[in-house]
Ligand binder design. Structure first.
Ligand SMILES: Cc1cc2nc3c(=O)[nH]c(=O)nc-3n(C[C@H](O)[C@H](O)[C@H](O)COP(=O)(O)OP(=O)(O)OC[C@H]3O[C@@H](n4cnc5c(N)ncnc54)[C@H](O)[C@@H]3O)c2cc1C
Length: 450
């Protein structure tokens, strides 16, 4: 019996995991990646002397697929706790300490009214439920928290100050989401599992160690952009363009589309109606960030901002030389959600002009201090888990399970907006494809349901 072939489109953590698991199950796999190097939003790039992350900073210590891969690939000894930096929140004229973790210490914070601190206890049943019943790698398991916005839910249960002074600045700084735009499904799914789980993690050589290790074990062809995928009865045609502009058509039994969730709508020709309608509802936010290399050392500082602060910045970080991967002191800033439209209005997507006033207010010697800078525009930062989205993911996953296809999908938008969630979708899609083939071989029928 000949081995089935699979083409994976996209070499982020989801696509690389899918490729690795498919190869283990006997598939002949090729990964096609548009960028110059694998890793997607889980790696680093260099520009001059500045080394910067393409996306993820840290890994939540959930015991899922990503943790299994770390062990299988022999990377456990390379895992490190992510560097701890105290987090400050600026809310207008006032500043206070914020904590990333959920726990009894929250009851003692002076930054919230006493009544709201006590009402935080009302969240305990939801957190306990999420701990027992929700998989932190699968947003679709948190549908019970998905009916209204995080702002509405937290304001009703605890109070508006808890939402706007505590939770929202963390979300704006880490995720660039505002509390009205997302459901609390992400919050409950993740925070319930971080309780007592230990610190967030990274690797000794940076966040990209896992994706580079995976990329060594599968065939990855970079600078190869997939233009379209056509699913036929017995095969898939994949139209690609190389960096030299050369175009060709490749063939494969199966395709795993592991791109950001905004791509399948245009990449996959004539998808089933259920896929078309699901992809029409996938939304991502964007992010503008700037990395600076500085002449003189700085003290460690990590600050996030409420909307009432009036800042366009979502996050401001001073990185001392001792903790910088380049060994040079630096600044890292992220534009907040309100700046996105202004950046997008500029055809060159320049970020500094939009943030200049805030930057000079927070770091007046910027112009004298800067030796190098890199502006980073991330068009597809994170899938936005708006109220109702978890339910649509659950329905689409059911459709994909029940109706065998040649084109399959994985990526953070189907799992969770985290590297752990994206990774888990890669493993699930490999398992589903293997099961599909086993069933077909058993019944000897065609995989196309159309
Ligand atoms: C700024 C930022 C901070 C984050 N912080 C964290 C964090 O601290 N912790 C955490 O867990 N998560 C974090 N995340 C989220 C996490 O990085 C992502 O959820 C995860 O890496 C997504 O993986 P993926 O494989 O689904 O997608 P991606 O990594 O985006 O992979 C998709 C790949 O497909 C390729 N591609 C797209 N179109 C084509 C095409 N037509 N042909 C060929 N290739 C194509 C892309 O180039 C890309 O390499 C962060 C993300 C960002 C942007």
């Amino acid at each position: 019996m000949t081995a089935p072939t699979a083409m994976v489109v996209g070499a982020g953590i989801a696509g690389l995991t899918a490729a690795y698991r498919l190869a283990q199950r006997g598939f002949v796999v090729r990964v096609l990646e548009a960028a110059e190097a694998p890793g997607g939003r889980m790696t680093e790039r260099r520009s001059g002397s500045i080394v910067f992350r393409t996306g993820a900073r840290l890994i939540y210590p959930f015991p899922g697929e990503l943790s299994s891969l770390i062990d299988e690939l022999g990377l456990r000894a390379r895992v490190r706790p992510a560097p701890h930096v105290s987090l400050r929140c600026a809310d207008g004229r006032e500043e206070f300490d914020l904590s990333l973790s959920v726990g009894p210490h929250l009851l003692l914070t002076g930054a919230l009214p006493v009544a709201e601190r006590l009402r935080m206890l009302r969240l305990l049943p939801s957190l306990a439920h999420a701990r027992l019943r929700v998989d932190p790698d699968q947003l679709a398991t948190a549908v019970q928290f998905d009916s209204r916005s995080m702002a509405a839910e937290l304001s009703a249960h605890v109070g508006p100050e808890f939402c706007y002074r505590w939770v929202e600045p963390l979300f704006r700084g880490a995720r660039n989401w505002n509390a009205e735009d997302v459901s609390p499904a992400f919050l409950f799914a993740t925070s319930a599992h971080t309780l007592g789980a230990g610190p967030p993690l990274t690797f000794a050589g940076g966040i990209g160690e896992l994706t580079s290790e995976l990329a060594k074990r599968v065939r990855v062809e970079c600078r190869t952009r997939v233009l379209s995928v056509i699913e036929k009865r017995t095969t898939c045609s994949v139209h690609v363009e190389s960096h030299t502009g050369h175009r060709e058509t490749l063939h494969s039994d199966y395709v795993v589309c592991a791109t950001e969730g905004t791509q399948p709508a245009t990449l996959i020709a004539a998808p089933p109606a259920a896929a078309r309608s699901f992809f029409a509802g996938v939304r991502y936010n964007s992010l503008g960030a700037i990395h600076y290399s500085l002449r003189q050392d700085v003290v460690a500082l990590l600050k996030v901002f409420t909307r009432r602060s009036g800042r366009l910045l979502g996050l401001f970080e001073q990185v001392p030389a001792a903790s910088a991967s380049s060994g040079r002191p630096g600044l890292y800033v992220q534009a907040g959600p309100e700046s996105t439209e202004a950046i997008r209005a500029d055809p060159e997507r320049r970020i500094e002009p939009v943030l200049q006033n805030d930057l000079l207010a927070l770091f007046p010697s910027l112009e004298d201090q800067v030796t190098e800078r890199v502006e980073q525009w991330i068009e597809h930062m994170l899938p936005v888990p708006y109220p109702g989205y978890a339910r649509t993911v659950r329905e689409f996953e059911k459709f994909m399970r029940d109706s065998p296809q040649r084109v399959h999908y994985c990526g953070d938008y189907l799992g969770q907006a985290l590297v752990t969630g994206a990774c888990a979708t890669g493993a699930r899609v490999a398992q589903r494809l293997a099961d599909q083939i086993a069933r077909q071989r058993g019944s000897n029928t065609s995989p196309s349901s159309r």
